[in-house]
Design a protein around this ligand. Structure first.
Ligand code: DAK
Length: 263
């Protein structure tokens, strides 16, 4: 389908979604969210895609949050409907059976931070800024920020960011473990692509099982999490990739993983 608020590209198993409302610093309006949701469905159904990269159009912003001109029109019922829709899309993003990297190229505020932390990890450019400024608008994070941010950076630090609405730099985000890597602005996509290519060369089933074991395990106690890992480990052997990976090592050659998701 034709998208107007995002750009969707796929190259050699690596998909990229670029939020594309640069005049509004890529703020999330309803139309953009609907397109994002559709693109995620397309990606989920495409067995050839192994990695998704999310980034923002222009030099300045990843996503500057929900579109405030839409937020300004809400009543409680509309706010609830918007929250349900937003959570649905962000859950879909988090649960994609492939690796998802946020390439944060500028402002990641409010919904921008919330989308980035629903990805598997974040690479940020030196001029990236993160924050949950909803408190300045008289509301609270509505796309999972009160839940995912404390799990990622700890309760007290998350509370400080959510209560003050302040922005933090890429360097601070790195220190907090919010970003995995901070790189010069102009080399952000190259660095993200290098990591994406490494991941795309791995087995699709083992990647999916690793991701699901980590994600599901974070929501349960350690013993239950280890149970999840045991099942996920066993399932990897349903794919020819396990045979290929172990044989390749023993044969002293590079593994060529070809297993699909149909196992
Ligand atoms: N929405 C709409 N337009 C935005 C925008 C946004 N979030 N952010 C920026 N823009 C627009 C500006 O209005 C401006 O438009 P023009 O005036 O040129 O037409 C253009 O983008 C450039 O912005 P600035 O001129 O302000 O650029 P600066 O470099 O001076 O400042 C800034 C950049 C990012 C610091 C500033 O634009 C800013 O503070 N933006 C707002 C950041 C923010 O507060 N974001 C919203 C966070 S709240 C919920 C679910 C989710 C949420 C809430 C509820 N429920 C389900 C109920 C989520 C809420 C949020 O994300």
């Amino acid at each position: 389908m034709a998208y107007e608020n995002i750009v969707y590209e796929v190259k050699e198993g690596i998909a990229t979604i670029t939020f594309n409302r640069p005049k509004a610093l890529n703020a999330l309006n309803g139309a953009l969210l609907a397109e994002l949701s559709q693109a995620l469905d397309v990606i989920a159904a495409d067995e050839d895609i192994r990695v998704l990269i999310l980034t923002g159009a222009g030099d300045k912003s990843f996503v500057a949050g929900a579109d405030i001109s839409e937020l300004a029109t809400f009543d409680s019922l509309k706010a609830k409907a918007f929250a349900l829709k937003g959570h649905g899309i962000i859950n879909k993003l988090q649960q994609l059976p492939i690796a998802v990297i946020a390439a944060v190229n500028g402002f990641a505020l409010g919904g921008g931070t919330e989308i980035s932390i629903a990805c598997d990890f974040i690479y940020a450019s030196e001029n990236a800024k993160f924050g949950q400024p909803e408190i300045n608008l008289g509301v609270i994070p509505g796309f999972g920020g009160t839940q995912r941010l404390p799990r990622l950076i700890g309760t007290n630090m998350a509370k400080e960011l959510i209560y003050t609405g302040k922005m933090i730099s890429a360097a601070e985000a790195l220190q907090l473990g919010l970003a995995n890597n901070v790189v010069p602005h102009d080399s952000l996509m190259d660095e993200v692509m290098k990591t994406a290519e490494v991941i795309a060369s791995k087995g699709k089933v083992s990647l999916r099982e690793a991701k699901q074991a980590v994600n599901k395990g974070m929501d349960v106690d350690l013993a239950s999490g280890c149970g999840i890992e045991i099942d996920a480990f066993a399932l990897c052997y349903a794919s020819p990739d396990a045979k290929e990976g172990t044989s390749a090592f023993l044969d002293k050659r590079q593994a060529e993983f070809k297993g699909g998701l149909s196992v």
